[in-house]
Design a protein around this ligand. Sequence first.
Ligand SMILES: *Cc1c(COP(=O)(O)O)cnc(C)c1O
Length: 751
Amino acid sequence: MKFRFPVVIIDEDFRSENISGSGIRDLAEAIGKEGMEVVGFTSYGDLTSFAQQASRASCFILSIDDEEFGSGSDEDVSIALKAIRDFITEVRKRNNDIPIFLYGETRTSRHISNDILRELHGFIHMFEDTPEFVARHIIREARKYLDCLAPPFFRALMDYASDSSYSWHCPGHSGGVAFLKSPVGQMFHQFFGENMLRADVCNAVDELGQLLDHTGPVSASEANAARIFNADHLFFVTNGTSTSNKVVWHSTVAPGDIVVVDRNCHKSILHSIIMTGAIPVFLMPTRNHYGIIGPIPKSEFDPETIRKKIEANPFARKAKNKKPRILTITQSTYDGILYNVETIKSMLGNTIDTLHFDEAWLPHAAFHPFYRNMHAIGEGRPRSDETLVFATQSTHKLLAGLSQASQILVQDGTNRKLDTHRFNESYLMHSSTSPQYAIIASCDVAAAMMEPPGGKALVEESLHEALDFRRAMHKADEEFGKDDWWFKVWGPLPQSEEGVGDRDDWVIHEDDTWHGFGRIESGFNMLDPIKSTIITPGLNLNGEFDEDGIPAAIVSKYLAEHGIIIEKTGLYSFFIMFTIGITKGRWNSMVTELQQFKDDYDHNLPMWRVMPEFAAKHPQYERIGLRDLCSAIHSVYKEYNVARITTDMYLSNIEPAMTPADAWAKMAHRDVERVSIDELEGRVTAMLVTPYPPGIPLLVPGERFNATIISYLKFARDFNSRFPGFETDVHGLVRESVDGEDRYFVDVVKD
Ligand SMILES: *Cc1c(COP(=O)(O)O)cnc(C)c1O
């Protein structure tokens, strides 16, 4: 397989008509003749951005020749040496292994200090050997470096795909050949490229190992990732963390078991409850009036509080075994709230069989001291005695994984180790027998990318950009001043002028006023700054509406029409993320687009001008001004006091009438009926009911509709009829047109 990893030469004289210039060009030519690409630069330029591009290099050759040392005075020499030292330091922050050569004509290693010499792979004296000899020496080192780059599975997959064997196994497209037999197939083939299709193989290929049995190169990769993530065991999963969660649950939960679950959990956890037949007892997170979900208060983790919850639950109370089988919390909520895992572990002791942290949004945390103790598993973390700790992570959400790339990490207890054979039975229960090999390779590569020191540098960079974004937004705010408006980024203000600053700024303290979660015990939680919730004007932290306001749904539709897609939109907030794929260009465009929005809003420009695509789809808005439309939607939110109903419905007292699995059984047996939302009160839902925003399940199958929830559903109905195009989506509601009127129903258990 041929890769493009050029040899990079940095020499002021690379293009000069002098001896030293012609010397280095001879070397470049000799390297080129050996089949290796060469790129020459004449200066170090911006060190940080250069080091970033440097991941494409196979080696560096840095000049310390006479010209760069200027007149040769001590001062000139030390300036040149400093440039070299800075460059090498910057490269080594990310990469311990890439070969670096110095070359010169008269200077020798005597002029170079030890800290630089230590990082070098050689010192070249240009005119002592032939360029061909020097070139071969450099290429040998560069190849050695490239040969060690690929982690085990990715390497094996590349070898397999490039060795062109005829396959009789599935997939039936046979390395892409099937696509070539039709025009649209040709198009598909050209779009995705031959390698993707050649590498799409099936588990009949022995030399790649088996994901489902964890053998061969797959197993070597999992072991490699376990080492990098500091876990005792690590399993790649190719069907997303939705599946990872079910695997963890089914490995330890059986019908009738009590489970303790974050009420703000992902639907895959609720599916796990249904599938295992468990009896859930919920931990209730706080919420603020922006609709942002806060932490579960520390007191909820007190075993005595959990015992009382069990006694108060009509089903759990009757369970034979009162020790909860598993406790699952969302470690990093969607808005970036984290828990101190060590505090939770020590509070719970051995009172719960298995702890599970759903770290779908947190695979980066293990690589930076910024997140110390605020993630489940990592270097030097103490073990529980009897409790296994699981973390499930969506590699694809914040690291460089393909969609559905996920992993399960395990920390053994001191006196209890995971039995991997038994665990794998649950793994098999939820895995496809035809895993996608490109996803396995991306799990492998995503882990290898985080290998020290690169991982820390990558995380530091996203933290850095996230903080710079917050600083830029704050600066704009200050410039607009009190009499004007601007968007706010939720969270504390960065206290430092630049860099990542002090992690304690992001730890939540009891007297902080920015979050609106009430009294939160100091040190138990932190906000991950790479999750940025942007607040639009119109609603304050107490749930009071301003005279005028800008519903976030309009801003995010505006941004979408300008090529910026938002992760999640709330009532007066929307959410963006600084993954390791973030670039300065990306977040700066966000700032400028928001400025553009403000300008269009302040001038109340008509919708047909500012959002032409949306206006074409919904002509009723064409001639309305942007500001007038914002005001119209704002006033409906205000009329329904929607911030308060959403908070109230999530905090309302919800009565479980049957276990989720029993309610599901009614559904499977069609022992359900479709009831209009006007007649829902008191009925037991058979569906998961989830409003978007915020996308957090509101009712679990088996729970009863109360008046607060129904008033929200009526709001959604009314709002949707008044503002088509801005519909509030509630999953679980069935919308049917009856005599030209939209009516809403829910499937409930027959009385
Ligand atoms: C996204 C998500 C999941 C599911 O992850 P996928 O990889 O999309 O299947 C699980 N838990 C939480 C908290 C999530 O946000």
